[in-house]
Ligand binder design. Structure first.
Ligand code: NAP
Length: 343
């Protein structure tokens, strides 16, 4: 039987909505003719979600295992009930329905899903290892991809977990590619993290020697690393929850003008105003962070009279996977760093 292309045939509750918005979906592993089944090796839990789970469980791996297992068995998908976010996975294709549109895909192909775990039917038989340091969870389990589900066949020239880490945040550098132009002043908040580093590299490329890139980083060591890697013109060590402090420091570095483009890559709440305040009128704020509140952004911008365009961080833009993997191929330094942190 052919299922709905967007996966609504698997929604259990509430009926009529799409799988991402559903509280519970059907994660039975019998596929419809337009679905594929994946033997899952590793989940890359979204950073905002992983951070929330880690904090709620006080970094106790047993409690985290229980929490992740409970979420997936309750919801049929790995969607954090607090952050609403998911992540993505890597695994091997083990079954392909006759009506699945991409007939080039083969059984045995290793793929990374490029749609969120927050809508991906998932069964976990066993959690083998939780990697506290890089948001990855090795499991024995299976997942389903709908007809509309995006994926990338894993490249042979990069280690799987390096590709997994980069593909998780592929939307961010690809959006930077669209938003930043030579001569802009750019602010990247959370520039030392996984998406932040890729965004810095892409922004520096687009600036092409003209303009200014300022990074806000929380951790002193990470800040030092960005400077040493030449990924920013200025690195400010600050807490992005302290909006006025960030604003004053950015304004001081930009002759009182503020920036044209701000990219928010943090994994915690309450950083909306640190993004909006330093951005010029008519500037653009791209909220990649999953901890962003629409209400706080909209009312906050209005409250300070800032006429900025705010972009919801769509994790997908055409060509995002290729662009991001190419950054790793281009920059040995970033490739080595990703290898050290995520492989
Ligand atoms: P990450 O590697 O954990 O990086 C998070 C960054 O935020 C780090 O640089 C961290 O700095 C910084 N940070 C944390 N607290 C801070 C504070 N108080 N002030 C300033 N910086 C602070 O995360 P990621 O994987 O790049 O993901 C970044 C965000 O994108 C997350 O919110 C994630 O959920 C979201 N995301 C969105 C999509 C999408 O489709 N829109 C897809 C994937 C991920 P330290 O290292 O110093 O703590």
């Amino acid at each position: 039987m052919k299922g709905c292309k967007f996966g609504t045939h698997r929604v259990i509750e509430p009926k009529g909505c799409l799988p991402q918005a559903a509280k519970k979906i059907d994660s039975s592993m019998k596929i419809s003719s337009n679905e594929i089944k994946i033997d899952v090796r590793t989940l890359n839990i979204d950073s905002a979600s992983f951070t929330q789970i880690k904090e709620a469980c006080h970094k106790d791996v047993e409690k985290m295992t229980e929490m992740i297992t409970t979420i997936v068995s309750d919801r049929g998908k790995m969607q954090n009930p607090v952050t609403g976010s998911g992540g993505m996975l890597i695994g091997t294709v083990i079954e392909i329905g006759d009506d699945f549109p991409d007939q080039n895909l083969k059984i045995g192909d290793k793929i990374a899903t490029l749609v969120s775990l927050s809508l991906t039917p998932l069964k976990i038989n066993n959690i083998k290892k939780i990697h506290l340091e890089n948001d990855q969870v090795d499991i024995d389990g299976q997942a389903i991809l709908f007809e509309s589900g995006l994926y990338a066949v894993l490249p042979e020239d990069l280690p799987e977990k390096v590709a997994l880490a980069a593909l998780d945040v592929a939307g961010a550098p690809a959006q930077v590619d669209k938003l930043v132009k030579s001569g802009d002043r750019v602010l990247i908040i959370g520039g030392g993290g996984k998406s932040g580093i890729l965004c810095c590299y892409q922004a520096m490329k687009k600036l092409d020697g003209r303009g200014q890139l300022i990074v806000i980083e929380y951790d002193r060591e990470n800040a030092k690393r960005i400077k040493e890697m030449g990924l920013a013109h200025h690195v400010i060590i600050a807490d992005a929850r302290k909006a006025v402090d960030v604003y004053e420091q950015v304004v001081a570095l930009t002759n009182g003008e503020g920036v044209d483009v701000t990219i928010n890559n943090v994994n915690i709440m309450d950083t909306e105003m640190a993004s909006i305040l330093p951005t010029k009128d008519d500037g653009v704020v791209y909220f990649f962070s999953m901890a962003t509140s629409f209400t706080k952004s909209a009312l906050g911008a209005e409250g300070v009279g800032r006429d900025v365009t705010m972009i919801v961080g769509n994790g997908y833009t055409k060509g995002h996977a290729e662009l991001t993997l190419n950054l790793l191929r281009e920059s040995k330094e970033i490739r080595d760093l990703f290898h050290q942190l995520y492989a």
